[in-house]
Design a binder for this molecule. Structure first.
Ligand SMILES: OC[C@H]1O[C@H](O[C@H]2O[C@H](CO)[C@@H](O)[C@H](O)[C@H]2O)[C@H](O)[C@@H](O)[C@@H]1O
Ligand SMILES: [Ca+2]
Length: 565
């Protein structure tokens, strides 16, 4: 397979707002390409697919942890923050990845699990063996497991307490996630120093930023619930100050699975910024809710709540990632509805969520997939794709925990889906062989060969989006419609006047969640007399009338992106 790269000089473009316009792609090293036939994906394999990612239109990669780890939590259990898991490669290869990505104007964001380490980390081993030693206070120790009773358990499938007893130190240690992941003690300033050193180490190697894993959980207190406590925000502000001062242009992305106002808090303020970006956890489950309820109201509500953020800040919007589709931030009533629609088999559930991939969730329906992607690319924020979802890869709910959707990338119809030339039994996880999503049909090569494939469709939308800075930089205004299934909003951009294509623009985005065709009316006096053109094909649509009224018809589960002129 060869991909023709667009002509451009090698190196990163110097756009301080790059992350507001970028299309991100989450790629798990272990799952992408195995270059040496040991059955495990690796850095060399990832490097070999940079041309593919460039062709797709990806501007930045988010790489989940690749550090040395016993891999009891997909690498989020780190034993050494400064080394690469040997089966993935070496630091030299990592540097090569950064260089080769940058040559393609592609940024590298790495994951930083900073709330906890593996219990096999040297810091923890020292802490349990030498309570009076330099690492004695690196973790949250207690003589009782009754402290912080108001702190909820996140991994409800496996944990029944946030405390575990250590037989060496004969004390309990606090763990917000698995019991093999002791929480670091952020009340200890030496922990700050250690994490700052890790951050500086990777920024010195050229990475473009960090996803701050599980950032709300850094501090616990007797009064709070251990989520977004004030000193946690103080720490993030301190980190941001250091990054801005010593590594301008690099970004921090908050992974804060919280309610709208709490997530927005991770942006900080204009004068005291925290993260450049935050994942939009509130909006994600509501996209899936709207698709099946055929109602737009929940999205309207949450979009109206989350728009007020500092000028330079940006949301990270996503449909799926390497975790379960979390339902932590929806009401019990909605959660039960979502389980009914999307996880009718109990095997499809994990913790408080659903461990399935995008295409199986949407029943492999092309119209639903297109509608979901169209929302993802039009909502305020930068889209994050999950590897394999561009070809509608399936999952394997017979695998444990979240491995169901971390199976090898399907490249070709050949052995192991082209992921590896190892004996199939040696693969770290089996390739998907289900009837609908079998790698013999669902693979990059087959999608490339068919111009109407999902892959070509997704690539086209990405490129259309790239030609309209409005989608990354424009303001959102939700419009009222007279149909409960229709969501309409404008994205309005004043233009910077600095480059061709970066002109003032208003785009009207309309989505119908109805499973049948509908007609709907939009009334907005500020749009009076505006003419409308389809962004994809240029066709002229009926204009807004002199009062700002517009009647549109939409097919079942369909959308329009209309340029207003
Ligand atoms: O390192 C522990 C976990 O940290 C992230 O967790 C997030 O995912 C959880 C669901 O799997 C979610 O419920 C929680 O709110 C998040 O912080 C990371 O993405 C996980 O893979 C990891 O296990
Ligand atoms: Ca390998």
């Amino acid at each position: 397979m060869s991909f023709t790269a667009p002509i451009q000089l090698p190196g990163l473009t110097l756009d301080p707002r790059w992350y507001r316009r970028a299309v991100f792609y989450e790629v798990m090293v272990r799952s992408f390409v195995d270059s040496n036939g040991d059955g495990v994906g690796d850095l060399a394999g990832l490097i070999s697919k940079l041309d593919y990612l460039q062709w797709l239109g990806i501007d930045a990669l988010w790489i989940p942890p690749f550090y040395t780890s016993p891999l009891k939590d997909g690498g989020y259990d780190v034993t050494d923050y400064r080394s690469i898991l040997p089966e993935f490669g070496t630091l030299e290869l990592f540097k090569e990845l950064v260089t080769k990505a940058h040559e393609r104007n592609m940024r590298i964001i790495i994951d930083l699990p900073l709330n906890h380490t593996s219990d096999q980390h040297e810091w923890f081993q020292q802490s349990r063996e030498h309570p009076e030693g330099p690492y004695g206070d690196y973790y949250v120790w207690s003589d009782t497991d009754q402290k912080y009773p108001d702190i909820r358990i996140i991994f409800t499938d496996t944990e029944d307490s946030n405390w575990a007893f250590d037989s060496v130190r004969r004390q309990f240690y606090f763990h917000r996630f698995f019991s093999h992941q002791p929480d670091l003690n952020y009340d200890n300033p030496k922990v700050h120093e250690s994490i700052f050193e890790v951050v500086r180490f990777w920024l010195d190697l050229g990475v473009d930023g960090f996803r701050l894993d599980a950032v709300p959980y850094l501090y616990e207190s007797d009064e709070g619930n251990g989520e977004g406590e004030p000193p946690t925000h103080e720490f993030v502000r301190k980190l941001r100050t250091m990054v801005d001062r010593d590594f301008p242009g690099r970004v921090l992305i908050a992974e804060a699975n919280q309610w709208p106002r709490e997530v927005a808090a991770y942006f900080g303020s204009e004068s005291e910024p925290e993260c450049h970006m935050a994942f939009d956890f509130p909006v994600m489950p509501r996209i899936f809710y709207s698709l099946r309820s055929q109602r737009a109201d929940e999205l309207v509500r949450v979009l109206s709540e989350t728009t007020d953020i500092p000028v330079a800040a940006g949301w990270g919007v996503f449909l799926r990632n390497h975790d379960e589709l979390t339902l932590e931030m929806v009401s019990e009533e909605y959660r039960q509805a979502m389980y009914g629609w999307y996880a009718y088999d109990p095997r499809m559930r994990a913790n408080i969520g659903i461990r399935r991939r995008l295409a199986p969730l949407l029943d492999n329906s092309r119209s639903e997939l297109e509608l979901a992607y169209a929302l993802l690319f039009a909502l305020p924020g930068s889209p994050f794709l999950y590897y394999g979802d561009e070809i509608g890869m399936g999952d394997n709910i017979w695998l444990p925990d979240r491995d169901s959707s971390r199976t090898p990338m399907q490249w070709t119809p050949d052995r192991n889906g082209g992921f590896s030339d190892a004996d199939p039994g040696k693969l770290f996880l089996p390739v998907v062989q289900s009837l609908v999503f079998n790698y013999s049909q669902t693979n990059v090569e087959s999608h490339l060969a068919q111009s109407s494939s999902l892959l070509h469709w997704v690539r086209n939308v990405i490129h259309v989006r790239k030609n309209h800075p409005t989608f990354g930089l424009g303001a959102l205004r939700v419009l009222s419609t007279d149909h409960e299934s229709v969501l309409a909003f404008t994205r309005e951009y004043a233009g910077s006047g600095t480059s061709f294509g970066d002109q003032p623009e208003t785009v009207l985005c309309v989505f119908s969640f109805s499973h049948n065709p509908v007609a709907c009316r939009i009334d907005d006096p500020t749009l009076a007399d505006l003419r409308l053109y389809d962004i994809f094909g240029g066709s002229v649509f009926p204009s807004f009338d002199a009062e700002g009224g517009l009647t549109l018809t939409l097919g079942a589960q369909s959308f329009y992106w209309l340029h207003c002129g």
